[in-house]
Design a protein around this ligand. Structure first.
Ligand code: SAH
Length: 218
């Protein structure tokens, strides 16, 4: 028996309800996540599951993060509309699209050329004109646009990469997963003050690793 297809409005309500129930409570973040359709960022087999709170496979063996994790990271980043933000790990482009609604300007870097090209196509189709997507090894940051008000890394490193800490403004915030294995990682927030760096640990997470150099297709 076929199930009654749910309406777009109902699907959106369920999506937002799932975000709230996982702790995404920031009104600006919820508004951004309501405005950006996750569907176009997912191609092929899994496209029909775009509105579930699940990570999903994308091209180049990578994953688009779970919407609630995107929400929690965006919230932890405390982005203002004046901010210049750097994201490492474009992947599908979904996180960058959410940030583009919260920030003045977003630079996003991925080591896979194909992912960057596909993400650019979606940004264009959605008319998100304040995002610049770049193919490079993001561990080195983006010196020519530094310093950044906010930096987010969506792949896990053992420690926060030095060049990224250096490219963060005083008063800036960086959110990233750190951990020595695939299974135990923690999302941390780093604040850069005039006195130095302050760290706080947010929650356990699981991300693909931050790798060196360009991906095979790039
Ligand atoms: N933020 C993405 C999900 C990221 S998955 C989204 O919203 O869909 C992690 C991404 O980090 C992958 O696409 C992977 O290619 C990328 N990555 C891993 N190491 C990297 C590096 N050193 N520099 C840039 N990107 C990297």
């Amino acid at each position: 028996m076929n199930e009654e297809p749910i309406s777009e409005a109902e699907r959106k309500m369920q999506f937002l309800y799932a975000l709230r129930s996982k702790g995404v409570t920031d009104a600006r973040v919820l508004t951004a996540m309501e405005a950006v359709d996750r569907g176009p960022f997912i191609r092929g087999l899994f496209a029909s599951r775009a509105y579930e709170d699940m990570p999903l496979p994308i091209a180049c063996g990578q994953t688009i993060s779970q919407p609630s994790v995107v929400g929690l990271m965006s919230q932890a980043l405390q982005v203002s509309s004046r901010d210049k933000v750097l994201e490492i790990g474009t992947g599908s482009g979904y996180q960058a699209a959410i940030l583009s609604k919260l920030a003045r300007r977003v630079y996003t870097i991925d080591r896979h050329r194909r992912l960057v090209q596909e993400a650019r196509g979606v940004f264009e189709a959605m008319d998100l004109t304040n995002i610049t997507a770049i193919t490079a090894d993001g561990s080195f940051g983006l010196a020519e646009q530094a310093p950044f008000d906010r930096i987010i890394v969506t792949a896990a490193a053992e420690d926060p990469p030095g060049p990224l800490l250096a490219q963060l403004k005083v008063g800036g915030i960086m959110v990233l997963p750190v951990g020595q294995s695939d299974t135990v990682q923690h999302l941390i927030r780093v604040r850069k003050t005039a006195e130095g760096l302050e760290y706080d640990e947010l929650r356990a997470v699981r991300f693909v690793p931050l790798l060196e150099g360009l991906g095979k297709d790039g």
